[in-house]
Ligand binder design. Structure first.
Ligand code: CIR
Length: 260
């Protein structure tokens, strides 16, 4: 059984969304279209069983729509606030702490000199992979591993610093269910992933490896037909969402919500 979610924290992009960080050259995002896509994403969460905690847009933090990076939640068990690796994103955590307080009053916190973006954390069953990236350092990964251990979740680190085109670990690998991963070519043969059922993300469709399981449905990005075909053939039911404007800012489906 995959963890079932009944809540999701979301935050629409602010008007200055295009001032956020990006490593890709896909053009400047259209904020109005991003808002429309975000609204469709929220509707899909609700349709699939989630009640939303909606935070207001915050222009102080142009990347603040990517709420996933600011906390890690083990549904029914606990939460830990991160210490984002990009200085411009550090302050995003405060509003997330306040939003999670009614549900996780004992939330812990990654502390200096650790840094961690939760987009670097891929959970599969009672195991987690923690990416060491240009955002998450080894100390952040160590603190999170210790927290996971206290919650009976085993963890292994995966160094992605040398892999081009992958900002966060979950840009390249996500869990489709409790046992199976979708993995991009560059990570597919990593020894840590060989222990799990894997499917290879079709070449040229790497962006679509960032899927999100929401209860009985898998959210996948629009525009990646081979990925959809592979997933449908395996029996997954899909919710296809247009992510074009978020992709321009290095964001994928998982980044837009904190689910629990
Ligand atoms: C950033 O560079 O931090 C944002 N523009 C994108 C964050 C995407 N988050 C994620 O993959 N979990």
């Amino acid at each position: 059984m995959f963890s079932r979610f009944s809540m999701a924290v979301v935050r629409p992009p602010a008007r200055n969304f295009a001032d956020g960080l990006t490593t890709v050259a896909l053009g400047v995002p259209n904020v109005d279209l991003a808002l429309t896509q975000h609204a469709a994403y929220c509707t899909a969460l609700v349709r699939n069983g989630c009640t939303l905690v909606q935070l207001p847009p915050d222009e102080r933090y142009p990347d603040s729509t990517f709420v996933e990076d600011t906390a890690l939640i083990l549904p029914g068990s606990g939460a830990i606030l991160t210490r984002p690796g990009a200085p411009t994103r550090a302050g995003e955590v405060h509003a997330i702490r306040d939003a999670l307080m009614p549900f996780f009053s004992n939330a812990e916190q990654i502390v200096a000199p650790g840094t961690l973006d939760a987009g670097d954390v891929c959970e599969v069953g009672a195991h987690a992979f923690i990416g060491v990236s240009h955002r998450t350092n080894t100390e952040g990964a160590r603190q999170l591993s210790a927290w996971f251990a206290r919650h009976n979740v085993s963890a292994k680190t995966i160094d992605i610093r040398g892999i081009r085109g992958i900002l966060h670990l979950k840009s390249g690998v996500t869990a489709l269910d409790e046992q199976r991963l979708i993995v991009v070519d560059a990570l597919y043969d990593h020894p840590e992933f060989r222990l799990f059922k894997r499917i290879r993300s079709p070449r040229g469709e790497e962006y679509a490896a960032n899927c999100v399981r929401v209860n009985d449905i898998l959210f996948v990005a629009h525009g990646y037909p081979q990925t959809q075909q592979v997933l449908r053939a395996l029996g997954y039911r899909l919710e296809v969402l247009d992510m074009s404007e978020f992709a321009k800012m290095d964001g994928g489906l998982s980044c837009l919500s904190l689910r629990f």
